[in-house]
Design a protein around this ligand. Structure first.
Ligand code: SAM
Length: 274
């Protein structure tokens, strides 16, 4: 996958993208990250990339001409390298919020161009004429699109075949099957009086798999009930949720720590009256 990033702060890259899984994926040719300095496409001598907004109001806006020139230069490079040009994506708090299913579809593309905004944002004509869609990493406002671009690249790189040491790992992560991940434990078997669940140390793979499926379901019910609302539950899953809410109703009120590991079918923590 090739990702072209257009930014006024190219020095921020590769940053965290040069390390760990993404860094290794780039070394192995699974990710081709190309960072373009927007100022290289602005007119000399000042190479100005921003200007005051029409209508006043303060702040600065990224000008359209350098962005168009940068995207056109990327397209010419892609043509020359015989890489099929993918979408031009604007990182924007106003965009569609990035979710795992969307990431899975984007990860299959051979190329995409990520446009990092700054200041008050970009001239609207860029969005209308050049941008295929906007992506947000959450409902909050950052100062620039560079961190969101890094988030997008990291998410998509994890999904490239061969990027993770364990080929199945991405498929077990939270959201990949509409559930959160199950709880993880490692050595020591007992820590500060709390043992890791016996079943995980039993060597019984079938029992371990069932425990994990149940725990993933209960964690989702407790932390993200909205995800369960979008899922068709199997009979087994419904039984697990009913069992969990039943055991919460009978749990002693002082056992709050244990109860946080189980879930009500509605995904809320029980009140002290329960
Ligand atoms: N005035 C803009 C608005 O309210 O929609 C926000 C501009 S923000 C200060 C500057 C740039 O940061 C944006 O153009 C965008 O590229 C990036 N950005 C900020 N928050 C973001 C988010 N949650 N997701 C993706 N990009 C974001």
């Amino acid at each position: 996958m090739r990702v072209d990033i257009i930014t006024i702060f190219p020095g921020l890259f590769p940053g965290p993208l040069g390390e760990s899984i993404v860094g290794r994926a780039a070394d192995r040719g699974l990710l081709d990250l190309q960072v373009h300095d927007l100022r290289d496409f602005a007119a000399p001598p000042h190479r100005q990339v921003d200007d005051e907004p029409f209508g006043g109001g303060g702040g600065m806006v990224l000008k359209p001409e350098p962005i168009f020139a940068a995207v056109e230069a990327v397209r010419a490079e892609l043509d020359a390298a015989a890489v099929a040009a993918g979408p031009v994506i604007l990182l924007s708090p106003q965009g569609e919020r990035l979710q795992q299913q969307r990431a899975e579809r984007l990860a299959a593309l051979p190329q995409m161009t990520l446009l990092c905004g700054r200041y008050e944002g970009i001239d609207e004509r860029v969005r209308e004429q050049l941008v295929d869609f906007e992506l947000s990493i959450g409902d909050y406002v950052l100062s620039g699109g560079e961190l969101p671009a890094m988030v997008v690249v990291e998410v998509l790189t994890r999904l490239q075949p061969g990027a993770l040491g364990d080929a199945q790992a991405a498929g077990r992560d939270s959201f990949s099957e509409g559930l959160l991940d199950y709880p993880q434990y490692t050595r020591p078997a007992e820590f500060r009086g709390q043992p890791a669940p016996e079943v995980l140390r039993s060597g019984n793979h079938e029992a371990i798999a069932a425990w994990r499926r149940r725990q993933a379901l209960l964690a989702t019910a407790r932390k993200r009930p909205d995800l369960l609302a979008q899922r068709t539950l199997s009979e087994q899953e419904r039984d697990w949720l009913n069992e969990a809410s039943g055991s919460e109703r009978t749990a002693p009120a002082s056992n709050a720590r244990d109860r946080s590991h189980t879930a009500t079918a509605a995904g809320r923590r029980p009140t002290s009256e329960e």
